[in-house]
Design a protein around this ligand. Sequence first.
Ligand code: SAH
Length: 440
Amino acid sequence: MFNLIFPGNQTADESKRQPPDTQAEREDDGSPEEYVARSGFTGRGSDQISFSSGDKLLVHAKPSSEWWWAELRGVIGYVPAGYLSQDAAEEEEEEEEEEEDPWQDDEYFGSYSTLRLHLEMLSDKSRTEAYRQVILSNCASLRNKVVMDLGCGTGIISLFCAQLAQPSVVYAVEASSMAEYTRQLVKQNGCEEVVTVLQGRAEEIELPEQVDVLVSEWMGNCLLFEFMVESVLLARDRWLKEGGVIWPSSAALTLVPCQADSYYAEKMAFWERPYGLDFTPLQPLAQQEFFTKPKFSHLIEPNDCLTAPCDVLNLDMYTLQVQDLEEIKGQFHFCVDKPGVFHGFTAWFTVHFESLETGGATVELNTGPNSEPTHWKQTLFMLDRPVSVYAGDSISGTIVLRRNPVWRRHMTVTLHWNINSCTEDTDNCQVGTKSFPMWR
Ligand code: SAH
């Protein structure tokens, strides 16, 4: 799947925040509006405020679509707009006018109806060849099997199945209107006897039978973003035969503490002395604007890894449950193997496809820095302040992926870390914690 950024959601780079007194969207009469928190939020830094679910906040200004200037019990600061809604009565009124879809399916499937994302995915050789390899290396076992390709897009995986193996049928399910073209592609390639394209959401589609193999390319940034995995789990429970196979069969998220010198220089150190002037008062704003959200599409050099990477999550696609996705926790313990500057953490994922043949080789798609780059690249989580580390130091802590309770395709990644230093001249232990919304 493509690392889609929903239209209308801003990336950290695009999220231009203005001070409240130059706000763009102040109410005409200038009086604050009351909002209710739909869920709790923990503010960071001195300019964000924390609140609990159900708290009533007064919104004074809406300097950007994402961050509002609000007041709670006399404390004033920035709050994430997506966590607030107007009071129940007003909300109902609004909903009558235009109901907001927590899955944003119109935007989501709308973007898969165009070629931009499919071009990006199909041009990603490591990704596409991994699926081809899975089918090729299992072609004997796929004979006469019933396959479901969930979210078939242009139908590439279904076409590989029909071309390289002899399944009895492949149900190619696609919710976006790309399905109309997929039908043509199936015909054009002479696969219409085997591949049946079904247009609709996998959750709503009816198949004439259960399937032996459920294959899907559902992975998003940081593995779970967009949460298409939920559709795969629901299809598994409804359509996969007892003893059937899911591809990918397991997935892991990997993390590494890293340097990010050039990104730091470009976004933060820049303000130190541009044109011989001291622009450092802009640094807190730069931190807010560029380091609040993770940086997608980061390509980490193997050399920028300060330690060996570590798998922080392992998901078994046979046992994973939809409710498990609400909050997933992992732990890490890294040993720094060379001196450097700890700017942040980089994350990537790997998925495995088990073999249908006893003793057959597992196929792996690894999106990390030691493999061929994929269109997902890696995801960088910048700390607010870089920390010097030395060989022998250890960095341990936890990662929590918390799904947004309202916006079902979004999540917040919270990292908590302890640096245990082995040198005498620095603090013995430094602790940090930071939450990164992706994107709401
Ligand atoms: N399998 C294709 C496309 C992968 S991208 C390939 O490998 O190139 C994921 C695709 O799944 C998108 O086309 C998207 O529209 C579709 N999709 C996502 N959720 C879906 C759902 N619940 N039901 C049907 N299609 C879905």
